[in-house]
Every structure is written in C-alpha cells, then in structure tokens.
Design a protein around this ligand. Structure first.
Ligand code: FES
Length: 145
C-alpha cells in the first residue's frame, strides 16, 4: 500500500525535533483525524532556510510527509519553499494512497504556518503566502514524539 520511500521516511524520519528560538514556527491540525504537525524553521538574513525540524503527532503518512517536506525545504529560500506543495511532497515519496493525500496537505500547511510566523515577526511579505486555515497557533502539544 505504501511506497518504499514512504516506509523509509516513516521508519527513519529526518529532522525530528525542535529549534529553540526558531525564526518561524507553525502548528497545524486536521480537525477530522485529529493529527497535529509542528514545523520549526531557522532562516538566515538572506531568507535561506538553514535548518528545519518537525514534530508530528499523527499517522504514518503524516510522519513520512513531514519528514520529506523538511528535506525539500532545507537550503531553499523562503520564496522557493512556497513551491513545496503537497503534490511535490507526494511525488518525492513516489505517491501516497488517495485516502492519505490529506496528510501531505498538512505538511504543506505546516511549512506555510511556519513561514507565516516568520514573515509576521519580521514584517516581510512572501508572495502567495496565506495563513493556513488549519493553523492552531501556540496551542500546547503535550505528548512527546
Ligand atoms: Fe490525519 Fe494522516 S490520517 S494526517
């Protein structure tokens, strides 16, 4: 049902953790399945994403898609990161079962929520960026990954 890449990122997720004093942090949740994803971005003065970490409290596909999303945005400028859509994440994972596509959407939205936080803190406008509807702000995420 899952591709090898999905299984690999699920079993060995990249960039799990937190960044202290992150340039941007975003937390999104899917009200239907209850899954939550938090993304931290460390962005330098040239608007390049130097580091990225995530925590996901959710299904295997949510873990795999957030892991892949972190790999895709690392080293990109904030504007380039806007091109990392859920389709791009799905393609990089060689596809997801249709019922799991919403999990990849959560990954895209987590990036956008973190970029939104960064843009707001710095008074920057990122073309095409909107605050995701699934943004749940600072709400406490208690369980450890
Ligand atoms: Fe909800 Fe995967 S089932 S994010």
């Amino acid at each position: 049902m899952y591709t090898e890449k999905v299984m690999d990122h699920f079993e060995h997720p990249r960039n799990v953790g937190e960044i202290e004093n992150a340039s941007g942090m975003g937390t999104v949740g899917n009200a239907k399945c209850g899954d939550i994803m938090r993304m931290y971005l460390d962005i330098d003065e040239n608007q390049v994403i130097q580091d990225v970490k995530f925590k996901t409290f959710g299904c295997g596909a949510a873990v795999a898609t957030s892991s892949m999303a972190t790999e895709l945005v690392k080293g990109k400028t904030v504007q380039e990161a806007m091109e990392i859509t859920n389709q791009a994440v799905c393609e990089a994972l060689d596809g997801l079962p249709p019922v799991k596509v919403h999990c990849s959407l959560l990954a895209e939205e987590a990036i956008h929520a973190a970029l939104w936080d960064y843009a707001n803190k710095n008074g920057i406008k990122i073309d095409g960026l909107k605050k995701p509807k699934s943004d749940i702000g600072e709400e406490e995420v208690e369980e450890e990954y």
